[in-house]
Design a protein around this ligand. Structure first.
Ligand SMILES: NC(=O)c1ccc[n+]([C@@H]2O[C@H](COP(=O)([O-])OP(=O)(O)OC[C@H]3O[C@@H](n4cnc5c(N)ncnc54)[C@H](O)[C@@H]3O)[C@@H](O)[C@H]2O)c1
Length: 345
């Protein structure tokens, strides 16, 4: 079992990797706790939940919207949850994003903690305090940054995760390796079979490495004024693909990383050999696909990107495995690179 901390000026958040999720009972306040989860998790794990009120949402990205927050806030009020209340989220990135956002706005803020159940949320979404919901077709448009009191990542829960969801999570793990941890990249390259077999000891180590890297980044730049931007590697094109082609987050980010890696190579930031190594690893897990997005669709989405400042976007490049940089790139250059890549493929 590993404990990792996110330390920010306003909060300290503890991330526990490799401990059974049922030990969460020991971390909860004595009263005023409710559980938020989704229908799949409730079906699979509900019989082992602590004896507390449970509010479940429909599983999947569709639930990440303001009307669901309004519904859940109503349930909290009906349950008598006041400012001393506590929300325990048990779920993947969607449930953690919803619960974290609700906890930050309900009665101007109550405490929360997460049992993080998907690979994607264990390696990425549940660390760092970002939360939020989508606004129409624009991802994560409304949200806050607020650290949970704790996050439990129990790799044994990943054994029930559907294969495509598992692969989707591997994409964010590879992202972490590409942007900041060459050693992690090499471990992944050398452990394809054990990863696909979901070896729990190996997963504990991989999740610990990913959480340690993200915690370091968030502790240094919680509000994303600088360093934290590197976590968006693959996300500029990835969000466009996710929205327009309705593919799972990790698969969209993988295609976004392929584009960002090709773009980095064209600009001379990464060698052709390292580019091939990154793309080969994404292909080993069958994360890449071709997605045709028209010029108008891509322009519409990039124009609404949260990373946009005026006519520029903070775009993340790879500068070799384990190294990354953020540069202000014009929207028009981002659009024209996409067009060139798409028309060549
Ligand atoms: N806040 C952040 O910093 C951050 C970072 C990355 C991604 N995200 C967000 O995370 C979301 C994606 O997260 P996700 O991939 O976990 O999606 P998800 O929460 O929808 O979970 C994926 C599916 O797997 C199921 N599931 C989860 N854990 C399971 C388990 N242990 N066993 C069986 N089924 C299980 C869920 O019910 C769901 O159907 C996106 O909305 C994305 O924007 C947020």
């Amino acid at each position: 079992m590993e404990k990792i901390f996110v330390n920010t000026p306003a909060a300290k958040s503890e991330i526990i990797v490799g401990q059974t999720w049922e030990s969460v009972k020991e971390l909860l306040p004595e009263s005023g706790v409710v559980i938020i989860t989704d229908d799949n998790i409730l079906r699979l794990y509900g019989d082992k939940f602590p004896d507390l009120p449970v509010f479940s949402v429909t599983a999947g990205e569709e639930s990440k919207k303001l009307s669901v927050i309004e519904y859940l806030a109503g349930r909290l009020l009906d349950s008598g949850i006041d400012r001393s209340g506590f929300i325990l989220a048990v779920g993947g990135g969607v449930v953690c994003d919803l619960a974290g956002f609700l906890a930050s706005v309900y009665m101007r803020g109550i405490k929360c903690g997460f049992v993080s159940t998907s690979l994607l949320s264990q390696v990425d979404a549940s660390t760092g305090g970002k939360n939020g919901v989508n606004l129409g077709t624009t991802k994560n448009m409304i949200g806050t940054i607020r650290q949970p009191e704790f996050v439990i990542c129990d790799p044994a829960m990943l054994l029930t995760l559907p294969e495509d969801e598992y692969l989707s999570g591997l994409s964010e793990l590879i992202k972490t390796a590409v942007i900041g941890d060459k050693g992690l990249f090499e471990i992944i390259e050398n452990s394809i079979k054990q990863i696909l077999d979901r070896d729990c000891d190996l997963l504990t180590m991989l999740v610990t490495k990913a959480v340690s890297f993200k915690s370091m980044v968030v502790s240094e730049d919680e509000k994303e004024n600088g360093l934290r931007r590197i976590l968006n590697f693959g996300h500029t094109y990835g969000h466009a693909i996710e929205l327009q082609r309705a593919v799972k987050h990790g698969f969209a980010v993988a295609s976004g990383m392929e584009l960002a890696t090709e773009f980095s190579c064209e600009k001379g930031f990464v060698s052709a050999a390292e580019k091939e190594r990154i793309i080969k690893l994404l292909n080993r897990f069958q994360l890449l696909d071709r997605h045709y997005i028209s010029d108008n669709e891509m322009e519409e989405i990039i124009t609404h990107d949260k990373k946009k400042a005026g006519s520029f976007i903070h775009f993340v490049f790879t500068e070799g495995i384990g190294q990354s940089s953020v540069k202000k790139i014009s929207v028009s250059e981002i659009l024209s690179f996409y067009k060139k890549f798409r028309d060549k493929s």
